[in-house]
Write a protein that binds this ligand. Structure first.
Ligand code: IVH
Length: 696
């Protein structure tokens, strides 16, 4: 989808537009925060180009059109071969038109395309001589760039020594992965600086900064390899004749990081249709990647095709960027709401001026916790960069501080719980109502009764409100002592619904320990963690007897989480006692308790659940898409329970560690990723056959 160009009505508006674009480009390439997001910048430049086409005699010299980097960057180190930009297409039709124009230029249809991610960072050239990294240069205006060799040693994937003593130039993109970006902002705000708005900005600012007291790592992805004047002539000749894909394989062999070792490696496609299939696959994986991409780059792979196509002053004709919709937009933070969750956590949520990102209107974005608001110095009325990719919850990246007008107001933090007025426990980063899970009793009970926990049919939020308001239920255990006459006295509770509800509550007492634990709502333990705890300890008594060390034996519980789980279970002790007293099951079927602690110190350092040997023993399984056949009625949670009963480990994301992906109807990006990584796939029927013994 192409967004419309800005409409420029007269010469004055044109001059203003050029000025705005120049300022934005300077910030974009220079490491500042651009006052325009990428979409707005693209629209502006297209508007400028439209106006210039109508008024060719009035083009201003500063105009960003036709210039690499919008004419923003300067530098004094000449490039041996120009470092060009890329032309864009925004749809399959535009892409097909580009392949046709390529064929016209070369006089033949291209038969090999290299297709890979368009990494959202900054272009640099890395000069190696005799295998040693000597100089780093930014793209600059394409003919000369800035020397940023001071950054050598801070860029992962760009080795200081190649595996062969060759003289070559590696070109590629420097960026920050999501983890590097988080780290960079923590370090920067820790030094009293403003956080960077996004990873791209952070990389630009970091690359150019010379005298920082701290260093933060970045990552390099090579996408080009060329000879330098000092290159051995045989090698230079060989390189000049090599397909792009072979050059990239050579770069990887020399020790340079390329897309090859990511979930979206560059691949070779033989027809435009195959390219479009690959474009879709990469687009589907975008939201899950640990680094930002803003499109897909398609290149004629063969040296002869590239040579025949040639280059313009701004971009080569043998490559094109297939742009993906922007996932970041600038909008305003209007308000901050404080909501109390079922465990009593008081979480801030940003209310935004509505903004459309990739087709959805976004009005709210998560703000994590109060400390995070302070750290990022967010103020009401601020322009903020909002990021939303795939189905991930939108988040506010950072304020665009230089767009402040002085009218912005500080965010008000609540002094009392906004729900019940109790004090707030501010001891941890996430604030919590002093009443804990009793503050939002309705939410915590409705959660406990939910399908994936105690599965009490007929006990939805409305019914819970009724029970709480009638004073019949003050905590989870009270549910199990409800009497028939009490329920019958409620409005809209006839005999049938009363009996059904009582039967469902009685049935719920037989749920496995994993679901009882989950229903308690211990912070940091959702469904899958509750299952792991239950399978490891087998009984509630063993869970409660565990200290932080013992708790850490459970897969996925680290030194940070263990003490808080132990403390919260202690807090819940009276409730757990009452649940046990009313007959709620406190054991996990099929699991065996761990040996006593002193046995463990005799060398038994068991770290896996004891009841191994099931059909999925040792396997990590991801379920995706709609289940069919004998598994049709199972929820995702029930599928995960099944995986774990079969001694497998359930997971929600596909990685190299995944052993099996059960892909039902409509499976999308996870299936694509499994295919990409060569992970074994199974249909629901094939999977049902694998675990047949466990299907009742
Ligand atoms: S090839 C001569 N491949 O996108 C063309 N560029 O918008 C060289 N980029 O200047 C570029 N990922 O900084 C190429 N896989 C990739 C890329 C890529 C990101 C950047 C590069 C380029 C810019 C154009």
């Amino acid at each position: 989808m192409t967004t419309p160009a800005a409409v420029i009505v007269d010469g004055a508006a044109y001059a203003q537009a050029v000025e705005d674009a120049v300022r934005a480009a300077a910030a974009y390439y220079g490491g500042g925060t651009s006052p325009l997001d990428d979409d707005a910048y693209d629209r502006l430049v297209r508007g400028i180009a439209d106006w210039e086409a109508e008024h060719p005699g009035r083009i201003l010299p500063d105009s960003p059109t036709g210039k690499v980097a919008g004419g923003a960057a300067v530098g004094d180190v000449p490039h041996t071969v120009p470092m060009l930009s890329l032309d864009n297409v925004f749809s399959a039709e535009e892409f097909t038109a580009w392949t046709a124009s390529l064929a016209r230029r070369t006089g033949r249809d291209a038969t090999r395309f290299s297709v890979g991610p368009k990494l959202d960072g900054l272009a640099i050239a890395a000069r190696y001589s005799g295998g040693r990294l000597r100089q780093l240069i930014t793209r600059g205006d394409g003919t000369a760039g800035e020397d940023v060799s001071h950054a050598i040693g801070t860029i992962e994937g760009l080795p200081e020594k190649l595996d062969e003593p060759v003289t070559v130039e590696v070109r590629g993109e420097v960026l920050m992965t999501s983890a590097q970006f988080e780290h960079a902002n923590e370090v920067r705000t820790g030094h009293g600086g403003q956080p960077f708005a996004n990873p791209r900005n952070a990389a630009a600012g970091t690359l150019r900064a010379r005298e920082r007291v701290y260093t933060v790592p970045m990552t390099f992805f090579g996408y080009g390899l060329l000879p330098l004047p000092g290159t051995d002539s045989a090698l230079a000749e060989r390189m000049n004749g090599m397909a792009h894909s072979d050059l990239m394989a050579l770069a990887a062999e020399l020790g340079v990081h390329t897309s090859a070792r990511t979930a979206v490696p560059d691949t070779v496609a033989e027809t435009p249709d195959e390219v479009l299939v690959r474009v879709k696959e990469i687009a589907a994986l975008r939201a899950e990647l640990p680094f930002g991409i803003d499109g897909i780059v398609v290149k004629a792979d063969l040296a002869a095709d590239r040579e025949a196509a040639g280059s313009g002053s701004r971009a080569p004709r043998w490559a094109i960027a297939y742009k993906l919709p922007a996932v970041e937009k600038i909008t305003r933070l209007l308000d901050v709401e404080w909501n109390v969750g079922r465990t009593g956590i008081i979480a801030p949520r940003g209310v935004l001026e509505p903004v459309v990102i990739d087709g959805s209107t976004i009005t709210y974005a998560t703000l994590h916790n109060p400390a995070d608001i302070t750290r990022r110095d967010l103020r009401l009325g601020d322009h903020v960069m909002v990021h939303r990719a795939g189905d991930v919850i939108p988040r506010i990246e950072a304020p665009v501080a230089h767009l402040r007008t002085g009218e912005e107001r500080p965010v008000d933090f609540p002094a009392q719980c906004p729900r019940c007025g109790s004090d707030i426990d501010t001891g941890e980063e996430r604030w919590r109502c002093a009443q804990g899970r009793n503050c939002h009793l309705v939410a915590s009970l409705a959660y406990a009764a939910g399908r994936d926990q105690l599965d009490i049919e007929g006990l939805g939020a409305t019914r819970v409100v009724q029970l709480v308001e009638a004073g019949l239920v003050a905590d989870l255990a009270d549910l199990f002592t409800l009497r028939r006459d009490q329920l019958l006295a409620l409005e809209r509770m006839g005999e049938t619904s009363t009996d059904n509800l009582l039967a469902a509550i009685a049935e719920a007492k037989r749920q496995p320990l994993s679901r009882v634990l989950c229903a308690l709502g211990v912070r940091g333990t959702g469904r899958s963690m509750s299952r792991r705890i239950a399978r490891y300890f087998a009984t509630m008594d063993h869970v409660r007897a565990a200290d932080a060390d013992a708790m850490q034996q459970v897969d996925g519980i680290g030194a940070e989480k263990a003490p808080s789980i132990v403390a919260e279970l202690a807090e819940l002790a009276p409730l757990i006692d009452r649940l046990a007293a009313v007959g709620v099951n406190m054991t996990e079927p099929g699991a065996t308790p761990p040996p006593p602690a002193d046995a463990a110190s005799d060398g038994d350092d068991r770290t896996t659940v004891p009841a191994a040997g099931g059909p999925l023993d040792g396997m990590t399984v991801v379920v995706t898409g709609a289940m069919t056949g004998s598994l049709e009625k199972l929820s995702r949670n029930e599928m995960n329970e099944l995986v774990e009963r079969a001694d497998g480990r359930s997971s929600s994301s596909v990685s190299r560690k995944t052993t099996l992906v059960v892909a039902g109807e409509g499976a999308g990006s996870k299936r694509a990723k499994a295919e990409q990584l060569g992970v074994r796939l199974a249909t629901p029927d094939e999977f049902a056959a694998m675990v047949a013994g466990l299907l009742g």
